[in-house]
Design a protein around this ligand. Structure first.
Ligand SMILES: *[C@@H]1O[C@H](CO)[C@@H](O)[C@H](O)[C@H]1NC(C)=O
Ligand SMILES: *[C@@H]1O[C@H](CO)[C@@H](O)[C@H](O)[C@H]1NC(C)=O
Ligand SMILES: *[C@@H]1O[C@H](CO)[C@@H](O)[C@H](O)[C@H]1NC(C)=O
Ligand SMILES: *[C@@H]1O[C@H](CO)[C@@H](O)[C@H](O)[C@H]1NC(C)=O
Ligand SMILES: *[C@@H]1O[C@H](CO)[C@@H](O)[C@H](O)[C@H]1NC(C)=O
Ligand SMILES: *[C@@H]1O[C@H](CO)[C@@H](O)[C@H](O)[C@H]1NC(C)=O
Ligand SMILES: *[C@@H]1O[C@H](CO)[C@@H](O)[C@H](O)[C@H]1NC(C)=O
Ligand SMILES: *[C@@H]1O[C@H](CO)[C@@H](O)[C@H](O)[C@H]1NC(C)=O
Ligand SMILES: *[C@@H]1O[C@H](CO)[C@@H](O)[C@H](O)[C@H]1NC(C)=O
Ligand SMILES: *[C@@H]1O[C@H](CO)[C@@H](O)[C@H](O)[C@H]1NC(C)=O
Ligand SMILES: *[C@@H]1O[C@H](CO)[C@@H](O)[C@H](O)[C@H]1NC(C)=O
Ligand SMILES: *[C@@H]1O[C@H](CO)[C@@H](O)[C@H](O)[C@H]1NC(C)=O
Length: 563
């Protein structure tokens, strides 16, 4: 942490008259970026719980615990986000292991998993769950879930188990815990998956639709007795189709044309997205993750799918449904160490989420599982990873803080184009006026490289960003920084001076005394605001004229709520 001081020295320097230094020796401040007075039509409007999670089905008992041993650390981390956005994150319980999980009412433990390292070292590919599994849905107060039913396993035992699990699932989730159901994870890979092929090559979009309709009807019938409220047509709704991508072995558009929403029980269109893969050659932190263009390119195909689905005839059901990321993260196959678990990946996550928000991908479930490299937190100690808050969580916090309370002060989000791949900026408008800006600087600053690349004479580079604001009476604006020693840092991360680390207070916010906070900036008479942003960091700018939500007034030192 000693180097944190150097960051502030660097900031002091940037406020003075010295030219900025960057690793390639150029001085490259961004010239004034125009910010409009009102959000343009078409600005992104996030759904409640925009910042949400997807938890690997087999890892869910680790994340949530059970009634005799609830995981309070996870709950605290979820509360921190709920305090910011007005709703605790929605939790989708699913992933590859959702389609491996076979229900057996006679086992006494939550689950029995067998890991086959030849197929995947990260999760069990043979998995049996029992009634105790569903206790995990009852440990976190005020939390809503999407439970993922198994569609993949096709033995008679597995199919009978699906229906036998319904009363346990619906009883655990009734009374306000259920958001929606899901049936099947990434069925567009059922014919091709490297983890095991579960459908023959002649299985078409129409075959999938027929199965999906058949089993969602069977689940509903099995729910009517034990949970009549949830089985009502008003309440019986799905996230679907949960495809892995836009161009795998089932075409999403064709799937809707073939009648996926015949029963009009799909509430939300979900898609999955990964920027690249953990073992794909050429993947780097700077080039693949800390790169706004990389996010734009990756999400473009999803936006094309969303546009096509909106354009289908109304009777097919897709034209006016929200389109969300039901499972996503940086690099598929659970992420790569040194990339997906770093502060650079946290910065990537901010840009990825806000680019989605800008484009009306209106909720994002960041995926995680026990020991996964891209996880936001590790819920339990294992012999691979210690229990703790991981770097990506801090990116989730920054997104939540920037969006503010979506329930009471729904923001409209736009991107403010910047010249380089390695930087991005967004504006949030509330009640028709500019409320917040965020700048994400993704220019690599490798703290481990510090001694070889950066000397005391040339500290961590700082990039200055200038915004031409709409006319207004701004007064001082407040800055909140997301900071760490470098893009390669995996610990020592703070947001606005707060740590959420497990070791400090079980994931609850702890204001550190040794990190600078409470900075303000002034808007010039020419309406320009300049903000200095150290390489590999992010800053939120809050305008005092916007009260409400989690604005300026809530940010005393040690007074009131943490946010
Ligand atoms: C700042 O405080 C935190 C929490 O007490 C501690 O872990 C960290 O080492 C401190 N950093 C410095 C530079 O003293
Ligand atoms: C860049 O911004 C700094 C202030 O942070 C200023 O001192 C410097 O002159 C600027 N450089 C250029 C080339 O505009
Ligand atoms: C130097 O680096 C900056 C920031 O990454 C970049 O925008 C600029 O194009 C680079 N200049 C040269 C000459 O490479
Ligand atoms: C509940 O969790 C505890 C701690 O992980 C475990 O020992 C216990 O077996 C669990 N109970 C059930 C019914 O799975
Ligand atoms: C059932 O699953 C097996 C693999 O588990 C697969 O080979 C077979 O094609 C599937 N059968 C049908 C009818 O989908
Ligand atoms: C796929 O082919 C098998 C024979 O290989 C046949 O039994 C099955 O009905 C076919 N399924 C579809 C959906 O056409
Ligand atoms: C349809 O669901 C019923 C259970 O309600 C099951 O017995 C049948 O095998 C299913 N048919 C297909 C084609 O999946
Ligand atoms: C839907 O669920 C809510 C909450 O459980 C319940 O109050 C309502 O009665 C249900 N609707 C129907 C039609 O059963
Ligand atoms: C950023 O990603 C784009 C799209 O993949 C790529 O063309 C570009 O070279 C990347 N930029 C850097 C600095 O690696
Ligand atoms: C690590 O833990 C797993 C599961 O608890 C166990 O199967 C494995 O043998 C352990 N590995 C070592 C090296 O202790
Ligand atoms: C940071 O620098 C160290 C030392 O040069 C290197 O081993 C490491 O791979 C770098 N990390 C990243 C994320 O670039
Ligand atoms: C640091 O310097 C080494 C050797 O000149 C270079 O390979 C590396 O890319 C530099 N790292 C950064 C982050 O600029």
């Amino acid at each position: 942490m000693a180097r944190m001081r150097d960051v502030w020295l660097a900031l002091g320097l940037a406020h003075g008259s010295c030219a900025l230094w960057t690793p390639n020796g150029s001085s490259n401040n961004v010239s004034a970026v125009a910010v409009s007075a009102v959000a343009p039509t078409g600005a992104g409007v996030p759904l409640p719980a925009f910042v949400s999670y997807s938890i690997e089905f087999s890892s869910f008992p680790d994340f949530a615990g059970n009634l005799s041993s609830p995981n309070t650390f996870s709950n605290n981390l979820l509360n921190n986000l709920g305090d910011l956005t007005g709703t605790k994150p929605f939790i989708r319980v699913g992933g590859n292991t959702q389609d491996y999980a076979v229900f057996n009412s006679s086992i006494a433990v939550a689950e029995i998993g067998i890991v086959n390292p030849a197929i995947s070292p990260d999760y069990p590919t043979t998995l049996t769950i029992g009634p105790a599994y569903f206790e995990s849905y009852q440990t976190w107060p005020n939390t809503k879930f999407i439970h993922g039913f198994n569609l993949g396993r096709n033995s008679t035992f597995a199919r009978e188990g699906l229906i036998a699990s319904v009363p346990y699932a619906c009883k655990a989730l009734q009374g306000g815990r259920l958001l929606h159901w899901e049936l099947g994870n990434e069925p567009d890979l059922f014919k091709t998956s490297a983890q095991g092929i579960v459908r023959p090559s002649n299985w078409t979009e129409q075959s999938y639709v027929n199965e999906w309709l058949n089993w969602t009807r069977a689940i509903k019938a099995a729910m009517t007795g034990p949970c009549p409220d949830l089985a009502s047509s008003q309440n019986y709704t799905y996230y679907a189709p949960s495809f892995a991508g836009t161009s795998n072995s089932l075409d999403p558009i064709r799937t809707w044309e073939d009648g996926l929403d015949t029963d009009k029980d799909i509430a939300v269109i979900t898609t999955h997205n990964y920027i690249s893969g953990a073992t794909v050659p050429g993947v780097t932190l700077q080039g693949t993750l800390m790169n706004h263009t990389s996010n734009v390119v990756s999400i473009a195909k999803q936006l094309n799918e969303s546009r096509l689905l909106r354009g289908l005839p109304a009777n097919l059901g897709s034209n006016n449904l929200p389109f969300i990321m039901g499972e996503t993260n940086s690099l598929y196959n659970q992420g790569r160490p040194g990339l997906s678990n770093t502060f650079g990946a946290a910065l990537w996550g901010i840009d990825f989420n806000l680019w989605c928000a800008t484009n009306n991908i209106s909720r994002v479930h960041m995926h995680q599982g026990t020991n996964y490299r891209y996880q936001s937190w590790q819920p339990v100690d294992t012999n691979i990873t210690s229990k703790g808050t991981k770097a990506p969580y801090y990116g989730n916090i920054a997104v939540a803080s920037f969006l503010g309370n979506i329930v009471t002060s729904t923001p409209s989000i736009i991107n403010l184009p910047l010249p380089n791949d390695e930087e991005s900026a967004y504006a949030a408008y509330v009640n028709g006026s500019l409320a917040r800006l965020i700048v994400v600087n993704m220019m690599s600053y490798n703290a481990t490289d510090y001694n070889s690349n950066y000397t005391d004479n040339y500290p961590r580079p700082v990039q200055q960003y200038t915004f031409q604001l709409p006319p207004g009476n701004y007064g001082a604006v407040q800055l909140q920084r997301l900071m760490a020693n470098g893009s390669d840092a995996i610990t020592g991360i703070t947001f606005d001076g707060y740590s959420f680390n497990y070791e400090l207070d079980n994931g609850m916010p702890v204001l550190l005394g040794n990190v600078t906070r409470g900075e303000t900036a002034g808007v010039g008479r020419n309406g320009q605001l300049s903000v200095d942003v150290p390489f590999s960091s992010a800053v939120i700018v809050r305008f005092a004229q916007q009260s409400g939500g989690n604005g300026w007034s809530g940010h005393g030192h040690g007074h009131g709520p943490w946010w």
